[in-house]
Design a protein around this ligand. Structure first.
Ligand code: SAM
Ligand code: SF4
Length: 337
């Protein structure tokens, strides 16, 4: 008898989405559009040319996705894209995520476009955390990477997001020969109370040569940080894949996302749903499972859960990036990174 266990605990555990390796999925990355207005060199170097907005899930479909995951143990939802802020109904989608029972944290990943005007509205709609991509603190280099002369706007946006009470993280893809100057970022973090996450370049189907030219193993950066007195932060169960570090002399923290490190997949706690309503078991999986037929009515919730549960049986122990197998991932705008 589990008489000492608080009511509801076993029910929650039994219902959780989990895979054959015992990994549980506290974290959903939900793409709401594939469209993007930037042309980052590592993602969409020729700009976006995929399907138009009508191809992507409607608000009611997104609501059903969020609800079924929350009912099966997910506690954090990240809205991503493409560029999620392109969607006119973004504030309403944030509010829907916030209103989903059992969702504890709502996060958004954005390129920071028009951030100064919009941050407060997202916070009011219920956003907790904002991740903004800033690959360089040099305006010319920022423009060279993204195709947009908007660094100052994005930096002003960070201040607005902090003022609005959001937890702010900044993402930078760490590229050899481009922005691998740790010093300028460290200098900024002395007084900036944000987490700066460096991401290893991941190979995608679109441009394998980019990976060969620019990938740097961030284990090198980790060694440097440890030598300089940075200390590891203990992770939350719904935390993302970054290893985080703090330092008593810095207001900011550093996170390292190292998908090529040996144990990266053992702690996987996240699933992805594409803007077209496909469940992806891995960022680099070989296909998506179409959920859309089960997203049309609230009454389909049990069937939807059953489809997700049976798909989870196919989740592999690890991605195939070490074997240069990038699955069907043409670029990360398809799935939101
Ligand atoms: N447009 C938003 C943005 O850029 O933040 C959200 C979508 S973007 C695909 C999500 C994250 O994926 C960004 O932080 C971006 O830097 C990262 N990303 C895209 N392509 C990548 C690649 N080939 N390797 C590593 N990270 C990548
Ligand atoms: Fe757009 Fe984000 Fe890809 Fe840059 S990384 S092109 S902002 S989707």
């Amino acid at each position: 008898m589990e008489t000492s266990v608080p009511p509801g605990i076993w029910k929650g555990v039994n219902q959780m989405f989990a895979d054959q390796f015992g990994r549980r999925f506290y974290y959903l990355r939900l793409s709401i559009t594939e469209i993007c207005n930037f042309r980052c060199t590592y993602c969409l170097p020729n700009g976006y040319s995929g399907p138009s907005a009508s191809a992507f899930m409607r608000r009611d479909e997104l609501r059903r996705v969020m609800r079924v995951f929350a009912e099966h143990g997910t506690r954090k939802i990240r809205l991503t894209g493409g560029e999620p802020t392109i969607r006119k109904d973004l504030d309403a989608i944030i509010a829907d995520a916030r209103a989903t029972p059992d969702i504890e944290r709502v996060a958004l990943t954005s390129n920071g476009y028009r951030l100064p005007e919009r941050a407060a509205g997202w916070a009011a709609a219920g956003l907790d955390q904002l991740n903004v991509s800033i690959d360089s603190l040099d305006p010319a280099q920022f423009q060279a990477i993204t195709g947009h002369d908007r660094l100052q706007e994005v930096l002003r946006g960070l201040d607005c997001a902090l003022e609005a009470g959001l937890t702010v993280k900044v993402n930078a893809v760490y590229m050899r020969g481009v922005n691998d100057h740790l010093g300028s970022f460290l200098h900024w973090l002395r007084d900036m109370p944000i987490t700066m996450r460096f991401i290893e370049v991941m190979e995608t189907g679109a441009d394998p040569g980019f990976y060969e030219r620019h990938h740097v193993p961030l284990s090198q950066v980790k060694q440097q940080l440890l030598l300089e007195g940075w200390q590891p932060v203990v992770k939350r169960r719904d935390a993302g894949p970054a290893q985080e570090f703090w330092h008593p002399d810095y207001a900011g923290r550093i996170g390292l996302i190292m998908p090529y490190s040996p144990d990266f997949c053992t702690t996987c706690n996240r699933l992805r749903v594409s803007a077209q309503g496909k469940l992806h078991l891995c960022l680099f999986g070989d296909h998506g499972y179409d959920l859309r037929p089960w997203l049309q009515h609230d009454e389909q919730a049990d069937e939807l859960a059953a489809v997700i549960r049976s798909s989870l049986g196919d989740k592999k122990a690890t991605h195939g990036l070490h074997e240069r197998d990038t699955g069907i991932t043409r670029d990360l705008s398809m799935l939101g990174g």
